[in-house]
Design a protein around this ligand. Sequence first.
Ligand SMILES: *Cc1c(COP(=O)(O)O)cnc(C)c1O
Length: 354
Amino acid sequence: MVETLKIEVERVAKSRLPQVDFSNLPFGKVYTDHMFMADFRNGEWGSPRIVPYGRMLISPATPALHYGQSIFEGLKAYRGTDREALVFRPMANFKRLNLSAERLCMALVPEELFTEGMRALLEIDRAWIPSTAGSALYLRPFLFSADEFIGIRPSLDFTFMIIASPVGAYYSAPVKVKIETHYTRAVAGGTGYAKAGGNYGGAIYPTKLAVDQGYQQLLWTDGKEHAYIEESGTMNVMFVFGDTLVTPALSDSILAGITRDSVLAIARREGMKVEERKVGVKELIDGLKSGLVKEAFGVGTAATIAPIQAIGHEGIDYPLPAASKQNFAAHIYTVLDEIKRGIAPDPFGWVVKM
Ligand SMILES: *Cc1c(COP(=O)(O)O)cnc(C)c1O
């Protein structure tokens, strides 16, 4: 445990903020002036500190580089009306980080380190939180093994960090996705439910093949039969079948998205019919052909709600109604966005002021 968290702060000599064009923010390329870090050494967490964002020294024998002992989280902070940071469901990210840590056999991060580290970073880089519609400060907590040892065993040393990046919209237009029926992201018994680095490294090649074919993302299917829809690369996926909101049930090969959970909670509260169950590829294609499937959209922190314009399967593209007709997706985007920005009441107690 961390004994009375004392965070040391080293400020930048000169802020880079004046050089940032907030009206044109690319995703994930601009980072704030500072970052938070802490080390796990000799069985305990210590030296929590804020330092200038920048390159750092690590050993070439770091297991994170060789064996992928590396996990991460992603969440957003919005600017409140009196300049406070409104952070969306950080405790859910904290819990999921430690779920991932457990699966990867890594040191758990104490709650105080996670929240106080985040609070300190938001305090010092508060001016970086964008206020324009569609933009936010993306927070990226991550944990990696930091031993200097290339044998394979549970690591002893770890580093926990938080970096922050002001971001604009993730996708600017509705996306085209391809149902993947050859490659596999995650299998039963694997690490798909963890936000573990290796899951993403392995997905880049199949995703690139789909991008080369004119799609933006994949819809992953189960690793055994490729007969059931699982999720997208960095988003969970939802469909409106008739008047019912349908999403694949969670399993150990699906990442339990916080946006997914939030959308389901809002839909249920609004009295919409909701089903978490297996979604067959055949059922989906049949529904697209017959018009039963009215909407399809990805849900995740980076994109929030990403309406899908077409779904490709074995060489054929099945179109969806125009994004302007996908009413539930548009509605839920607005509801969530207004809660996150503190414009609408927050009946679930999701927003934390930092
Ligand atoms: C992060 C992620 C999601 C979305 O999770 P959120 O908590 O909603 O951001 C979905 N699928 C995968 C594979 C992810 O990595």
